[in-house]
Design a protein. Structure first.
Length: 140
């Protein structure tokens, strides 16, 4: 069984020593596919607040929309549901696509609207933030 504290321990290590990412990145570049894809979800509560999650492998900017990598051959909606379950312990229905963005060389991120009753695990590393975007997203 996977240790549920492992991602948080890795995040702590990367915050204390962010140079590790720079050291390991060339090895990642040698083995990664030519194009990588990620997926994020926009999940709003009844007050129009957006759910943010702590990202383990982004020590300089750890808070963002929940999501992660799409595995080879995996459907993007399935990947987003898996990531929401793994990261935050919540089940969502994936809605309409909101954005497709090439974020850096060889990487594409897909953003989707998500729907679901949010009852995260007690230890889930996520929080809600109020933004002006909530009112706009509710109309989509």
């Amino acid at each position: 069984m996977t240790d549920p504290t492992r991602p948080r321990r890795i995040a702590g290590l990367l915050r204390r020593a962010p140079w590790i990412i720079g050291l390991l990145y060339p090895f990642y570049q040698l083995t990664r596919p030519r194009v990588t894809m990620g997926v994020v979800g926009v999940l709003l509560d009844d007050l129009g607040r957006v759910l943010l999650a702590e990202h383990v492998y982004h020590p300089r900017m750890p808070w963002g929309l929940p999501g992660g990598a799409i595995n080879r051959g995996e459907d993007p909606a399935d990947a987003l549901q898996r990531e929401m379950r793994e990261e935050l312990g919540i089940e969502v229905t994936v809605g309409i696509p909101l954005l497709v963005e090439r974020t850096y060389l060889g990487h594409v991120d897909l953003a989707f609207m998500c729907h679901g009753q949010v009852q995260p695990l007690v230890s889930s590393p996520g929080f809600w933030i109020s933004t002006g975007i909530g009112a706009v997203m509710c109309r989509l």
